[in-house]
Design a protein around this ligand. Structure first.
Ligand code: SF4
Ligand code: SF4
Length: 221
């Protein structure tokens, strides 16, 4: 996020996890505006897919092309939420206009109307002014709004994944062979989105075990 852009779309403040921010929607009252036409925006991390998978009792491959789909950017194919119908409704939006996977919703969905701003080796949050049509948003603590357990571990995973995808994007600038690109993308999905977990195994531990192996395999720093 560029600073100039940030000042145009936000209240100009940067929020950290313990700060108070006017982002509370008070239950949304049947509004589902931010659950439409977000197929490009909600890129699913391996943790998001693991959480949805566990909640739904469905594997990555069972979710694929039904409620999530692969979209390409910079030669990398990553899973996104799949939109449905003329109104581009998220596949997880139920008939009552509620999120059917609320406890397992992706990280990006948890944030809205906050956004992330990456700075150096970390990130903080900003309020996307005017993005939510509710006339008056209430003050909430950022931590409570995001409502994610193991926040520090989760943040470490998001930062590591963000850095990894950035490095891979740079690496793939120099790869033009379609077959090689196909193999790299298949490896990426197999390694991070089809992680088999033994009983009692923790997703974060397995993710951070795979990450250096994957960097080594793909030749990225
Ligand atoms: S646009 Fe605002 S009020 Fe509507 S569903 Fe999203 S967060 Fe809730
Ligand atoms: S996953 Fe839930 S919160 Fe996110 S866009 Fe879909 S319905 Fe909305």
């Amino acid at each position: 996020m560029e600073r100039g852009t940030l000042e145009q779309i936000s209240d100009g403040k940067i929020y950290d996890i313990n700060d108070m921010v006017e982002a509370g929607t008070g239950g949304c009252n049947g509004c589902s505006a931010c659950c439409h036409s977000v197929g490009d925006l909600v890129i699913l991390t391996p943790f998001d897919v693991h959480t949805i998978s566990t909640h739904q009792g469905q594997s990555f491959d069972e979710l694929l092309d039904v409620s999530i789909e692969l979209r390409e950017k910079n030669k990398i194919f990553l899973p996104h939420l799949k939109m449905q119908g003329d109104k581009e409704r998220c596949s997880f939006l139920n008939e009552e206009g509620r999120c059917s996977i609320h406890p397992a919703r992706p990280n990006i969905c948890r944030l809205f109307p906050l956004g992330r701003i990456y700075e150096k080796d970390s990130f903080k949050y900003f309020l996307q002014l005017g993005s939510c049509p509710k006339p008056k948003l209430s003050k909430v603590q950022v931590r409570e709004w995001i409502d994610i357990t193991d926040y520090d571990q989760n943040k470490a995973l998001i930062l590591a994944w963000h850095g990894f995808i950035k490095a891979l994007t740079f690496r793939l600038k120099f790869v033009r062979d379609e077959q090689e690109l196909g193999q790299i993308n298949a490896y990426l999905l197999d390694t991070f989105y089809r992680i088999p977990l033994e009983e009692q195994q923790d997703f974060y531990t397995v993710f951070f075990k795979h990450l250096p192996e994957a960097k080594n395999h793909l030749g990225i720093i």
